[in-house]
Design a protein around this ligand. Sequence first.
Ligand code: ADP
Ligand code: MG
Length: 227
Amino acid sequence: MSLHLSDITLTYPDGDSRLTALDHVSLHVPEGSLTAVVGPSGSGKSSLLAVAATLIAPDAGTVTVDGTPTTGMTRAELTALRRRTVGIVFQQPNLLPSLTAVEQLQVMARIDGRKPRGARERAMELLDTVGLADQAGRRPHQLSGGQRQRVNIARALMNDPTVLLVDEPTSALDHERGAAVVGLIARLTHARAVATVLVTHDRAHLASADRIAEVHDGRLRRTATVP
Ligand code: ADP
Ligand code: MG
């Protein structure tokens, strides 16, 4: 149960030529570990996550999820793989305004074809894990920014992913709440043996990471193990 990016190159159309967003990037994320990805704006961090999530196919290179190479999979196979194994947390929580916190999670299970009853219990368990058991009946506008982001994280865990991909989850939060959210992601990563990639612009968060990968101009410049 791990995530492996091998020699990934990704380009986007750019007028008459192509812009290289990722340039021969390789990254291995073992289960139960958190890799923080840092780098300046425009360096390719979100592109790296989109490729890891199999949302964008790279020009070259292989994404391997839980030992299965995803190259050559059909769209339907990739969708099924994502539902089963990948949890994604974007910058903005994108919660549905009309649903309560627990319902935001239950919707995920319905997509997965699970029975709503078991799903409700699982959703409540996860809300409890992220410290929101008492907010289960609230809608997004009744929650703080930090609470919404915690619902977002709990939702990403609903289908028990083995890979968790998180893109700047704290950009809308103050420093203290941001640190709490990153601490939570680190704890869940270790407790659930998830392979997590966390993109962050805040170097203070690096203390929660097991490894740090630095991206510059689409190249992975350095990976370091946090002592
Ligand atoms: P980061 O997340 O580090 O800010 P991105 O991965 O979003 O970086 O972007 C990397 C580079 O690719 C940037 O130069 C950006 O302008 C370009 N880029 C990102 N997405 C697209 C797209 N959909 N089409 C064209 N260029 C893109
Ligand atoms: Mg980005």
